[in-house]
Design a protein around this ligand. Sequence first.
Ligand code: HEM
Length: 405
Amino acid sequence: AQQIPDILSPEFATDPYPAYRIMREHAPLIWHEATQSYIVSRYEDVEYVFKDRHGEFTTENYDWQIEPVHGKTILQLSGREHAVRRALVAPAFRGSDLQEKFLPVIEGNSRELIDAFRHTGSADLVADYATRFPVNVIADMLGLDKADHDRFHGWYTSVIAFLGNLAGDPEVAAAGERTRVEFAEYMFPIIRERRENLGDDLLSTLCAAEVDGVRMSDEDIKSFCSLLLAAGGETTDKAIGGIFANLLTHPEQLEAVRRDRGLIDRAFAETLRYTPPVHMIMRQSATEVTLSGGTIPAGATVTCLIGAANRDGSRYRDPDRFDIFRDDLNTTTAFSAAADHLAFALGRHFCVGALLARAEVEVGVNQLLDALPGLRPADGFDPAEQGVFTRGPRSLPVRFTPSAA
Ligand code: HEM
């Protein structure tokens, strides 16, 4: 039997893909002592858990996974409670609200970051751009103070570290809980003020909303904002790092995208399949469930390896190849709940921000390619991803021909 690197080992964090392959082929259902969970890695099993057609899974795991940092969010809710709250924010992330109201916010934030380095001829696309852009956008959509962009960035970094703290490091846990307190102290006065002066932003929508005739509490609104900042920031940050890492290491595909911007969607969809920002999502089994890899008892935590499922050879041909032209990935449905890759999950909790992420990536890639002619890897370029729960390149040093804003 082949040795499977543990998901908490440094070897796995450096390159999980060989381990994913062994799991899919030889150990599709593993009991993992350290996380007290069953790990599933095959496409058909992860898809089955996410779709949950028979009501066999809950998201109770989020009670301990995110509640200590965010409070109660829609990820912990189900049924009508979940649907009603999700419907409050969903319109902002699609259709005319996204296109007319928020597209200028996306374009403005991207341009501001690019203008700070375009004249220099070099940049780190992760530190100078990707880690800043999406969180700034969601903060502006909420109507929070632009002067506090750095604080939001700091907070979401600590929230995500908490989520990824599978090994249970007490310092990371304590930092996450401190963040919840600090964020609440920051948000409560703003929420009270906004209730008195409603505006055209997403925070005002939440403040004005009634759920079954009752206004949402300050605590509920604060938790919602906390989730939106982290979910909208960290993931799209990794996605932008990912798409540039993939394109810069496949220069002919970068050239194709540069020439035909209609290919950005394809490049993003393939990035979500090949290097998904979120590698793991957990669920709780409500009943005993039999998957292709074996049977899970009722009341168990299930760790779904999105990163493994998206490279399942029984679903995608030559799965370890990054190919924006592949014909076995549906790029038309890639940002909807009918997606065939699993990067946004599927079913009830399918990412509500998928179209926002797509708009950000489209604007970001277009503006960066326009502003940075001759974009190429710089010395020290290392596209290797970091992380276990969420993954993305740590830095992407690039060079280009300087240009004035
Ligand atoms: C849910 C990934 C961008 C907000 C999810 C889930 C995944 C995911 C995997 C499902 C969690 C689960 O089922 O347990 C991603 C990726 C993104 C992205 C890969 C970028 C490429 C965004 C953006 C926002 C957002 C821009 C906007 C604020 C949310 C929210 C949920 C969610 C609020 C919870 C939905 C629910 O419980 O109904 N996302 N996300 N995400 N995402 Fe995203």
